[in-house]
Design a protein around this ligand. Structure first.
Ligand SMILES: [Mg+2]
Length: 266
């Protein structure tokens, strides 16, 4: 199928996963077809997610399972953006990580020494925080002491919750708030959408050209794209409405019922 004029106008698309490409374990309507058409037209693709619990490889497997071709370097998680940020800064030294093994791996791959479970944990130069199911008091205590001793504090995101079938689960923002409260210090920076490092990572992956970010949340996907200086398309598969889009500041460049409607629509 031929692309809409709106989709044709861009060289690259940064595509949000949850609420845009898929909802839970199901693609949004005709999303696989839309991705195929974008590929056939030679568009560069990056898949963006604030999820820090899973590795890019996990998302590649899910994408293929649902019928969407994807390569690991096309998946930009908030953890991958943490790695990009730390690698760009040529950070060295010790890092204490609250987070999944995927996040620990990203920090280690950026060149930092992981001091978790060592006598040096509370003397870390850097504390990185991502929500994970095994989060416990000991981690909170170690992170607090390291930050009080002067460690830089980086949050993977400020997301309060993430959607799960049985209801919202506490996300990285909730864990980060615990460290901030205990240490009396706000994070030095956060990385995931809508913050700049996420978009810098994605734009580095797709390269030069006109880029459109597509997502379902005004305050995350549209605000983040605006800060990064790129166009944004809001899709309505995540609960946002046209009325909210019209009232939003910044406003999305495009509004479409779904990702497929954006790619194929008028
Ligand atoms: Mg989303």
């Amino acid at each position: 199928m031929t692309l809409s004029p709106r989709a044709r106008a861009y060289d690259h698309l940064l595509i949000d996963l949850d609420g845009c490409l898929w909802i839970g374990d199901e693609l949004t309507e005709r999303a696989a077809e839309a991705l195929s058409a974008l590929r056939d037209a030679g568009k560069g693709i990056a898949f963006l997610t604030n999820d820090v619990r899973h590795a890019p490889e996990d998302f590649v497997r899910k994408l293929w399972r649902l019928g969407v071709r994807a390569a690991v370097n096309e998946v930009v998680t908030a953890g991958a953006a943490v790695q990009h940020l730390l690698a760009e800064r040529h950070d060295r030294g010790g890092a204490f990580v609250i987070g999944s093994q995927a996040l620990v791996d990203h920090v280690a791959d950026a060149g930092l020494r992981i001091v978790n479970n060592t006598p040096f944990a509370t003397r870390a130069d850097l504390v990185v925080v991502g929500g994970h199911e095994a989060f416990d008091y000991r981690e909170l205590r170690t992170a607090t002491q390291a930050v009080l001793r002067g460690a830089e504090l980086i949050g993977a995101t400020r997301d309060a919750v993430f959607p799960m079938p049985d209801g919202p689960w506490p996300a990285t923002g909730a864990v980060l708030a615990a460290v901030e409260t205990a240490s009396g210090r706000l994070a030095d920076r956060t990385v995931g959408k809508p913050e700049a490092p996420m978009y810098e990572t994605a734009l580095d992956r797709v390269g030069a050209g006109r880029t459109l970010a597509v997502g379902d949340r005004l305050e995350v996907d549209v605000a983040g794209a605006s800060r990064a200086g790129i166009d944004a398309a809001l899709v309505l598969t995540g609960g946002a409405t046209r009325a909210e889009a019209a009232a939003a500041d910044p406003a999305p460049t495009h509004v479409a019922d779904s990702l497929a409607a954006l790619v194929f629509g008028p």
